[in-house]
Design a protein around this ligand. Structure first.
Ligand SMILES: Cc1cc2nc3c(=O)[nH]c(=O)nc-3n(C[C@H](O)[C@H](O)[C@H](O)COP(=O)(O)OP(=O)(O)OC[C@H]3O[C@@H](n4cnc5c(N)ncnc54)[C@H](O)[C@@H]3O)c2cc1C
Length: 439
């Protein structure tokens, strides 16, 4: 009996790992070549050495919603889903410390959040009415109106006559973090998708999943042990896909040629031209959008809330990582912080945190760590969608995966896993064995 054809995957982020999991689960021998010593790509954790101690931190806090059904499927298959805490309550804090809570009430979808929404204290009645109208329009137009890919979210909100406060305190607050882009740079289709798939369709689809362990633990060797067909090769950067006379010869790495029957390139888009120029892919329409994560360790508890979204300031989210003494503060689309020295970023975060949690003024900051991810995600700009490549390439045994491919989602963990499952479907089909992995 001839053995199953083999697959080589370049990149051990969520896209590469989900491709490997899908193909490994149906018996194809798969090798994942990852340049770094650890898996997870951008959604990972690593240790930071300080004078005081070694701590493991996430590259940045990563969250998901229950509507991320492919990511949840991936975690379930790796048997790590119980390490994700799902939260039903969203806390919104105004400068001054007033807290409003959004949570599911007694009504059926899409009105399950209506009772708590009506009680939000940071919006006036006119803002709430305009948002309610906007949400109904989003539900009606998403998936039907074709120009949503060409206009910005801000254009759409203005078309829907949203009040200035509704835009600043509701739409902007939710969407800049969800899409990692400003409202005037984000294609409306992505903004509407967040509400059409996350907040409106089912009573639980908005629930926010927050990993209860460092991200790297979600992809541990133990989690992969069941997938005997999958070989993980960290510390193995691939230099080049070797193409000779129009045929793929293999992957060049450390002076060796690594061969397989099919190849999946699951690296960030900016790496593709050097890795495989023969694919002729044009990324001139792609740009990056940054995210800044600010880790702060205090000498005492400064909040009991598990997380909160912070209104009207530079800092946008707070995650309580350890009994209110270790907070991770996140700023998405953080262009304004890129040039700022890290010490000033910490000063700014502290100054603003005091407005939300006055006790911070009495606390001593014991340690801090700032991670500026310049290339956090691609910018989900109008017009980009049609430029995102699909998984198939001009070579019948070379496929693409990654949050930047045309997954149907913006750059998120769900988008990455969707792209991985789509690549796995394409590989299986090329082996004459069509499969369905996408949930
Ligand atoms: C700061 C930050 C915060 C984020 N927050 C969220 C969030 O809250 N929720 C959410 O859903 N998403 C979030 N994202 C986005 C999410 O992390 C990404 O969309 C997703 O992880 C991308 O996965 P990927 O596999 O496509 O790419 P990557 O994770 O970039 O994986 C690519 C892998 O390829 C490897 N590689 C590159 N070149 C080579 C080579 N030549 N040979 C071998 N290996 C190579 C890299 O080392 C990397 O491991 C965030 C991203 C960042 C940066």
């Amino acid at each position: 009996m001839s053995p199953n054809p083999s697959v080589a995957i370049v990149g051990g982020g969520l896209a590469g790992l989900s491709t490997a999991l899908a193909l490994g689960s149906i018996g194809y021998p798969v090798t994942v070549y990852e340049a770094r010593p650890f898996l997870g790509g951008r959604a990972t954790s690593y240790s930071v050495n300080t004078a005081e101690e070694n701590v493991t931190i996430d590259n940045c806090q990563h969250v998901l919603l229950r509507c991320c059904v492919n990511l949840i499927d991936f975690y379930q298959r790796l048997e790590v889903i119980e390490r994700i805490d799902f939260w039903r309550e969203f806390y919104w804090i105004e400068p001054g410390g007033r807290v409003s809570i959004m949570k599911r009430g007694r009504f059926r979808a899409p009105f399950h959040l209506a009772e708590s929404f009506a009680k939000l204290r940071f919006l006036a009645a006119a803002d709430k009415l305009s948002i309610a109208r906007g949400l109904l329009a989003a539900r009606k137009e998403y998936g039907k109106r074709i120009d949503l890919e060409r206009i910005t979210m801000l254009d759409w909100l203005r078309e829907k006559k949203q009040t200035a406060r509704a835009i600043a305190r509701f739409w902007r607050q939710v969407l800049v973090s969800a899409i990692n882009e400003d409202l005037d740079r984000m294609a409306a289709v992505h903004g509407l998708q967040v509400f059409a798939l996350g907040f409106l369709p089912k009573v639980d689809s908005y629930e926010m999943g927050v990993p209860a362990v460092p991200l790297g633990e979600l992809y541990s060797e133990k989690a992969w042990a069941r997938y005997v067909c999958v070989k993980l090769a960290p510390r193995t950067p691939i230099e080049r896909l070797r193409v000779e006379n129009g045929r793929i010869e293999g992957l060049e790495s450390k002076g060796e040629l690594r061969k397989a029957n099919a190849y999946v390139l699951a690296v960030p888009f900016e790496r593709i031209p050097a890795l495989a120029p023969e694919l002729g892919l044009d990324f001139s329409s792609f740009a990056h959008s940054p995210i800044t994560g600010i880790h702060l360790w205090f000498d005492r508890q400064v909040t009991k809330l598990p997380h909160a979204t912070l209104l009207d300031r530079t800092i946008q989210w707070m995650f309580n990582k350890d009994e209110g003494r270790y907070l991770q503060v996140v700023v998405s689309a953080s262009r304004s912080l890129l040039e700022m020295p890290k010490s000033e970023v910490v000063d700014l975060a502290l100054k603003e945190l005091k407005e939300f949690f006055p006790i911070v003024a009495d606390a001593k900051l014991e340690r801090s760590h700032v991670v500026k991810e310049m290339r956090a995600t691609f910018s989900a700009a109008p017009g980009l969608e049609e430029k995102r490549p699909r998984t198939a390439t001009d070579f019948p045994n070379v496929f693409l995966a990654g949050d930047w491919t045309r997954s149907g989602w913006p750059a998120t963990m769900e988008g990455a896993v969707r792209s991985g499952y789509l690549a796995a479907e394409a590989v299986a089909k090329s082996f004459g064995n069509p499969q369905r992995f996408l949930v």
